[in-house]
Design a protein around this ligand. Structure first.
Ligand SMILES: Nc1ncnc2c1ncn2[C@@H]1O[C@H](COP(=O)(O)OP(=O)(O)OP(=O)(O)O)[C@@H](O)[C@H]1O
Length: 307
């Protein structure tokens, strides 16, 4: 599905399905997350993001389909795989009576990670100044960053975060975004991050998957997604199939043909005029012709509302 075939897929699921009681919550989801990407897993509330993430982390077991992480099946290589993943789902597990540093030290002891990692992580998530403050007194954004630091202690290759900016103020959102971008750019990690906000994902993701009612309705690079919102010429006429043939024969690229409607990539006003003239000269009555453009927000809404 992605153009760069050379990239290894860190997450590769095939036709993943899951139900709660009678409700099918995940429907044949095939995710492909390339190494070194920030993969934004987008979808409205209740779309199935958290459930999919729980399946990836083996916290729930799929009814159907397969999950491969680092090219290995989660069912047969569970421990090996999970040791290479750092995750944050819902609230981070933080002891509020301990300082940020103490929280990290405790976890480092548990994971048998060198103590030096604690200061590295405090530096990375920009919590050095507040390292000795009780975590209970941290802002929501600081707690999230501490949660991410805890998830990163064991130096995982893949970081899976479920709505890490939920409830954060704009500054907190920017801090998390910059942190995730640094992890990918400076440390070569792969980040899988869910969100219901397109604007947030758009600013950091290299790849996007959109889920709605449990179905993956779009998957591609951020450029693929943005490409879908490029301007088009919308032509309304009666015989769209015949007119589309004429346009193709005349060298125009057709983006989409629907009953009574043709969409052609927009280049200029002049070319729009030439299309109109060509159709008229060949006996087509053009009811309407004009430039249309969906911005990404509208595109996201139409992708998630049409399914
Ligand atoms: N433990 C559960 N038992 C029954 N139904 C559940 C359970 N957890 C989730 N669901 C249902 O599964 C569907 C998908 O939920 P999920 O939490 O995966 O969505 P989501 O995309 O993460 O949404 P949100 O952004 O609101 O967290 C919802 O309809 C939800 O009500």
């Amino acid at each position: 599905m992605f153009r760069s075939k050379t990239k290894r897929m860190v997450i590769n699921t095939d036709q993943l399905s899951f139900h709660f009681g009678s409700q099918q919550v995940v429907k044949s989801v095939s995710l492909q997350v390339p190494e070194g990407s920030i993969y934004g897993f987008l979808g409205p509330n209740g779309a199935g993001k958290t459930t999919t993430i729980k399946l990836l982390l083996n916290l729930l077991h799929a009814d159907n389909g397969t999950i491969k992480l680092f090219d290995k099946d989660i069912l047969t290589h569970r421990i090996e795989i999970l040791s290479q993943i750092g995750s944050l789902i819902e609230q981070p597990a933080i002891y509020s009576h301990l300082s940020g540093r103490e929280n990290l030290r405790n976890r480092a002891l548990l994971l048998q990670v060198p103590a030096a990692r604690v200061d590295e992580m405090l530096e990375l998530v920009r919590l050095k100044q507040a390292a000795n403050k009780k975590a209970g007194q941290y802002s929501l954004g600081m707690k999230q960053r501490l949660g991410i630091a805890l998830a990163l202690l064991s130096d995982p290759k893949l970081i899976i975060l479920d709505e890490p900016t939920n409830g954060l103020d704009p500054n907190g959102i920017i801090e998390i975004r910059q942190l995730l971008m640094r992890l990918v750019q400076e440390q070569g990690k792969t980040v899988f991050v869910s969100s219901h906000l397109l604007a947030e994902i758009e600013r950091m993701a290299t790849h996007v998957g959109i889920i709605n009612h449990g179905q993956l309705v779009f998957q591609g690079t951020i450029e693929d997604l943005q490409g879908l919102s490029k301007p088009l010429v919308h032509i309304e006429l009666s015989d769209s199939a015949d007119a589309a043939n004429l346009l193709t024969r005349s060298g125009f690229t057709i983006n989409d043909v629907q009953e009574g409607n043709i969409f052609v990539p927009y280049t200029s006003k002049e070319e729009t005029g030439r299309i109109n003239a060509l159709l008229n000269q060949n006996g087509h009555v053009v009811y309407a012709i004009g430039k249309v453009q969906k911005d990404l927000e509208n595109l996201f809404l139409s992708i998630t509302q049409n399914t």
